[in-house]
Design a protein around this ligand. Sequence first.
Ligand code: NAD
Length: 339
Amino acid sequence: MHFKKRVLVTGGAGFIGSHLCEALLRRGCEVLCLDNFLTGSRRNIAHLLDDPYFELLYHDVTRPLSLEVQEVYNLACAATPDAYRLTPVTTVSTCLLGAMNMLNLARDAGAKILQASTSEVYGDARVHPQGEDYWGHVNPIGPRACYDEGKRCAETLFFDYHRQHDVRIKVARIFNTYGPRMHPEDGRVVAGMVLQALRGEPLTIPGEGTQTRSFCYVDDMVEGLVALMESPDGFTGPVNLGNPAELQVGELARVVLSQIGSASEITCAPLPEDDPRQRRPDISLAREALDWSPQIPLQKGLRKTIDYFQEIVHELRKNDRRKQVREKGSDFPKVVGEP
Ligand code: NAD
């Protein structure tokens, strides 16, 4: 009898996690998707619920858990400044207690565990592009520290469990990723711009839009995460995963407008505190150790993202109409006898 590999994906109902669950199911794994729905959504995984090899587990990673699994992808964490600034203490505890609980689970089950770390561990970097040997430039008490320092300390925990308990670890430093199922309103730059353009609103860009970002399409990211998990045990990372194609935020706004065919204007908003000026991964290590590099060009990834958000805008409009009817009262006469 052939046994499927059992894989736990924490944060599996989120943006990257839901694509990862799909990819693992396609690869013949049994997938346990764990989420507390803080920023994720049932909509992201609704199409997987009928798959006999997919299971949804409502759980918070800040609480201990014991499971028999062979691999753990630890993605659970609010991932955008708008989301984690609202709940900074929750963010720190998810980073730390979440990492510790999932490391204990992996240690007890003898499983391999991958941590979704972030380019934010480099902070407002003084080195460009950022290689894995750069230790970062992070403000430990600023409003983004709950995430940046939380993720840095989670990396520490991963390496300490590896050294002290021989846990087989993999650490991915994820750079800006975009695609369908990003939360529409949590401040992600691509989602925000696409939504504004589709609604015919002005596109707001922080500062003068000269800060740079590099955007990796979600399918490429998932390929990278799986390649890292499947890499030989001796390879722990940290390894940068992202798209080295760098562009200014203002340039991104112009590409979005031209792909949508929108005439919206571009306006400037105040630059958020501690906003990094430049962000581009050096992915030499991922190329060499994982034979991985992003394959999907921005134009193609944006097309798929725009198609997804077109559906979302349509749904939001329908919901707005329903809400208006509820607020104004129905056009239909009341049922006889109804107060
Ligand atoms: P997301 O917010 O869409 O997904 C995170 C998921 O984790 C959500 O479903 C949320 O409900 C869940 N979650 C949060 N706290 C939890 C808790 N305490 N217990 C259980 N579930 C919890 O974000 P994403 O973009 O899919 O990010 C996934 C991971 O990748 C995160 O760890 C993030 O830090 C990392 N990352 C993402 C990016 C990016 O550009 N998207 C960049 C760097 C790092």
